[in-house]
Design a protein around this ligand. Structure first.
Ligand code: TRP
Length: 450
């Protein structure tokens, strides 16, 4: 059975789609809040080092395997294997990846639903409909399920339109909007009292924390999550890249954009916290640590917006719009993983596959929402702390050890005939072979024992 596969139409299209996948709630929410509670610039420094030395090589492993196979992770890992047994193990890892991608989407859709609800709450405020606004920002099962479903419907709509008509079209539209909105918010926040205090916390490193295992584990987790690694997302996006594209260069662009936007988001969120402090909002916990995670986004910032009156409503609207846009361009890349598998391995039509997979994931989200205390953080920890690094490790092993090196070089040469003389080919091969797997394992073991 032969299926005409989708393809990104240009380098710009791919870079927007892949950085759209990378830039999400992890950058704008996860990274700044983690930096805030992990020693500010110390975390930033470790994050930058890990992003370029570990996450970038792991990203390249996925992109190269994907582009070579022009197929989903399951068939791609089978294709690069020398025999049946190793091929089957690879296929199993590919299936694990699509299960993990679906589970990540099931909690991501819940959080993204909250962002959309807060966005609509600002609109309700603008029109003075207070009761609606209060309902929208209050935690209730009905609200949670409703907005998760709205968000999933958006995803299904985009992914069912295919690679160029859905993923590329929406990423190239939304990413420039996202960047502009973020930049405007950063500029605005710096005009407010207290912002410089936040900037100091962000940029003055607390080096006493830099070698703490907790910090390094969190930074690695952040970098892996942020670059969408370890579930086959980047592999499937890589499989839609044209053969004449220079992979190390486009991979580098995506990493750079992702890191830049995370760092830029830090310039928004940390100063905003201190602006909030300045206007009387509590930003420290009883033990003296900075408030972080959900309390920050859903309590501290809304209180700050509230204290700012009408301007606050507009800023809040823009902020939650930004969060919702960032979430959509990321989540479509998660949904594409199981959908591509269903299309290519099971021969199902794209529209039907997208709808079916979307329903299953929405159902999982409902189960999580109905047992929120038990499942919500458990699913996050299982997927992001354990599964992602382990599967990232497997992708590195397949790119570094399983796949024949001359075939790998041949794949890279398609986009750059002189690649074997460059720096990338001198460093990257032994890097994915030894350095990445060893460091991932070391940090992983540490995170289980620590
Ligand atoms: N990178 C996205 C973020 O920072 C999330 C994301 C998209 C993701 N696709 C993924 C995370 C695949 C893990 C795996 O929010």
């Amino acid at each position: 059975m032969s299926i005409i596969r989708g393809e990104f139409s240009s380098r710009f299209g791919f870079v927007m789609a892949a950085s759209g996948s990378a830039v999400g709630l992890g950058n704008i929410w996860g990274f700044p809040t983690q930096a805030a509670s992990n020693g500010g610039a110390a975390f930033l420094l470790v994050y930058l080092i890990l992003a370029f030395t570990l996450a970038y090589p792991a990203l390249m492993a996925e992109l190269i395997i994907g582009r070579h196979a022009h197929a989903n992770a399951v068939s791609a890992l089978r294709l690069v294997s020398p025999n049946r047994l190793i091929g089957n193990i690879g296929a199993l890892a590919g299936i694990a990846g699509l299960v993990v991608a679906s589970l990540i989407l099931s909690f991501y859709a819940i959080v993204a639903g909250w962002m959309i609800a807060f966005f609509f709450a600002s609109i309700a405020d603008l029109f003075g409909i207070e009761a609606l606004s209060v309902w929208l920002i209050s935690f209730s099962t009905l609200r949670n399920i409703m907005f998760m479903l709205i968000f999933m419907a958006l995803n299904v709509g985009i992914i069912s339109a295919g690679v160029q008509g859905g993923i590329e079209r929406w990423s190239t539209r939304l990413m420039p909007v996202l960047l502009t909105t973020l930049a405007l918010l950063v500029i605005y926040v710096f005009t407010l009292d207290g912002a410089l205090e936040g900037l100091r916390v962000y940029l003055l490193p607390d080096f006493s924390q830099i070698l703490s295992p907790g910090l390094i584990i969190n930074a690695l987790g952040s970098a892996f999550f942020s670059l969408s690694l370890g579930v086959g997302t980047m592999l499937i996006y890589g499989s839609y890249i044209k053969d004449n594209e220079n992979l190390p260069v486009v991979g580098g662009m995506v990493t750079l954009l992702d890191v830049m936007i995370a760092v830029l988001a830090g310039f928004l969120v940390l100063p905003a916290m201190y602006v909030a402090l300045h206007s009387g909002v509590e930003i420290f916990t009883d033990s003296g640590d900075l408030i972080s995670e959900d309390t920050l986004i859903f309590t501290v910032l809304p209180e700050l917006f509230y204290a700012m009156g009408v301007t606050g409503i507009i800023v809040s609207l823009i902020f939650f719009f930004l969060m919702s846009v960032a979430a959509v361009t990321s989540s479509i890349s998660m949904l594409e993983v199981p959908v591509a598998y269903a299309i290519e391995e099971r021969g199902i039509d794209r529209k039907i596959a997208t709808f079916g997979v979307g329903c299953v994931i929405a159902l999982i989200s409902c189960c999580i929402l109905l047992n929120f205390e038990t499942f919500f953080s458990a699913v996050i920890i299982f997927t992001t702390r354990y599964s992602q690094p382990l599967l990232g490790f497997v992708f590195c092993i397949y790119a570094g050890w399983v796949w024949q090196r001359d075939l790998l070089l041949r794949e890279l040469r398609k986009g750059n005939p002189n690649i074997s003389e460059g720096l990338f080919w001198k460093i990257w091969p032994w890097y994915v072979r030894l350095v990445c797997p060893l460091i991932i394992l070391a940090i992983f073991v540490q995170s289980i024992w620590g």
